[in-house]
Design a protein. Structure first.
Length: 165
């Protein structure tokens, strides 16, 4: 006796087939790879870019650079984050240690950093890196450092070239 099925199944072999792709596992895989790459990324490269119109002094310092507000004292200008703030020729006649225009610019950046701390939780550390020409007069450097200290940037680092050997 022959077996007769109650339902006859027909296979569709002639038309296009629809394949559903599950993106969830693929997105999980890409997220894991991204986190791994971010965690293993090494940022010990050059964090500061020396200005073209100055020659940095050489030092045997072993400390690595950190990300901070950049104050550059070139041969003619004082710049904050590459924006000119004050001419050096205006400082020669000034006897006070505070440089008013530099103080205002630093206060503006400190206020912005404190807003970022409130909004996004990025801690304001008061760090500033000072780039100065190796022939910069000590009086000028002293005025810049005193102004930074009074304007909520007491954590100062001088940018230097590291001596080899």
């Amino acid at each position: 006796m022959a077996f007769i099925p109650s339902r006859i199944k027909r296979h569709n072999t002639g038309g296009p087939t629809k394949v559903a792709l599950n993106l969830t596992s693929m997105m999980d895989m890409f997220t894991i790879i991204l986190v791994f790459l971010i965690k293993s990324y090494n940022i010990e490269g050059q964090l500061t870019h020396p200005s073209q119109d100055l020659t940095l002094p050489k030092s045997t310092s072993e400390q690595l650079p950190e990300v901070a507000l950049d104050v550059t004292v070139s041969k003619e200008w004082i710049l904050v984050n590459e924006k000119p703030v004050e001419r050096l020729s205006n400082l020669a006649s000034q006897s006070d240690l505070l440089i008013p225009r530099l103080y205002e610019a630093l206060q503006k950046y400190a206020l912005e950093a404190k807003k970022m701390e409130e909004s996004y939780g990025i801690k304001f550390t008061g760090k500033v890196t000072i780039q100065g020409d190796q022939k910069l007069p000590f009086n000028t450097l002293l005025k810049v450092m005193a102004t930074c200290g009074r304007s909520e940037f007491p954590n100062m680092r001088l940018v230097v070239y590291q001596k080899g050997g």
